[in-house]
Design a protein around this ligand. Structure first.
Ligand SMILES: CC(C)(COP(=O)(O)OP(=O)(O)OC[C@H]1O[C@@H](n2cnc3c(N)ncnc32)[C@H](O)[C@@H]1OP(=O)(O)O)[C@@H](O)C(=O)NCCC(=O)NCCS
Length: 230
């Protein structure tokens, strides 16, 4: 159990956190794409065209594809690098079925009718937020992540969106390469810090066995061991 703090890299609290025993457990970034008022989408559209000439179908997915999206995410979930700020929860079928009703927009790539790439985004207050993208491992490095991302940007841009956001783990070179290839600039760096909490049970209190309270103090390994039931 730990106390988690997620702060901007340039936040003055970084020095205090490091001095008071917090450990760096993840680094992440936020990126933005600003389109001109009359955007030239030619280059982005080429990513869609490039996939289509290789026989892949790129389209906005209807809710009928919910189970296929879930299956793709089940196959890919372990490949998302973990940081506390960018954690990709294991997919749940019911939650994915609810994407469409909650306003999310999903774009996919079909290879012979099989869903092999997906990007999930949503327009919130006029900004196109890119929630996540994933490509089946057998199909990576062939421009399909770029193709589905491009399809979402072009569609949103035609609907009037001019600002887009995306984020990812610093360790995720594929994600960073993907958003940069769409013209995004990394504008924010984030750090996740964690400090262990010491688990203590007040002596003589009538607690259920195994139930302890967490105190927000730094814990050394020996403190943690001595707080463990023997
Ligand atoms: C990230 C991911 C979606 C990229 O999909 P992809 O289809 O392999 O990417 P593309 O082939 O379309 O490549 C798009 C751009 O990213 C770059 N790129 C892709 N993978 C890369 C890698 N591992 N390292 C560096 N750059 C990479 C490509 O060079 C290309 O840039 P370019 O056009 O300037 O050459 C895919 O690797 C994936 O599904 N990963 C697991 C899930 C995940 O981490 N998703 C992202 C978090 S939301």
């Amino acid at each position: 159990m730990g106390d988690l703090q997620i702060v901007r890299a340039e936040d003055p609290r970084v020095a205090d956190l490091e001095a008071s025993g917090y450990r760096l457990v993840g680094e992440s970034w936020g990126a933005r794409l600003h389109l001109a008022e009359a955007p030239d989408l030619t280059r982005i559209q080429q990513a869609v065209a490039g996939a289509e000439v290789s026989g892949i179908t790129i389209l906005e997915l209807s809710a009928e594809y919910a189970d296929a999206v879930c299956d793709l995410e089940l196959a890919n979930n372990a490949d998302y690098p973990f940081t506390p700020a960018t954690f990709q929860a294991p997919p749940e079928r019911e939650s994915i079925r609810g994407f469409w009703a909650s306003g999310k927009r999903i774009f996919g790539a079909l290879d012979g009718g099989v869903l092999v790439a997906v990007v999930v985004g949503q327009v919130v207050d006029g900004t196109g937020n890119n929630d996540f993208a994933s490509v089946l491992s057998t199909h990576r490095g062939r421009g399909l992540g770029a193709a589905v991302a491009a399809a979402s940007i072009v569609t949103f841009a035609k609907e009037g969106v001019r600002e887009f956001t995306a984020g990812g783990a610093a360790a995720n070179a594929g994600r960073l390469g993907l958003v940069r290839s769409m013209g995004f600039n990394v504008e924010e760096q984030w750090r996740s810090y964690e400090r262990q909490l010491l688990l203590t049970c007040a002596p003589g209190t009538n607690l259920m066995p195994g139930i302890c309270f967490a105190r927000s103090v730094p814990a050394t390994t020996s403190q943690l061991k001595s707080a463990m039931p023997t």
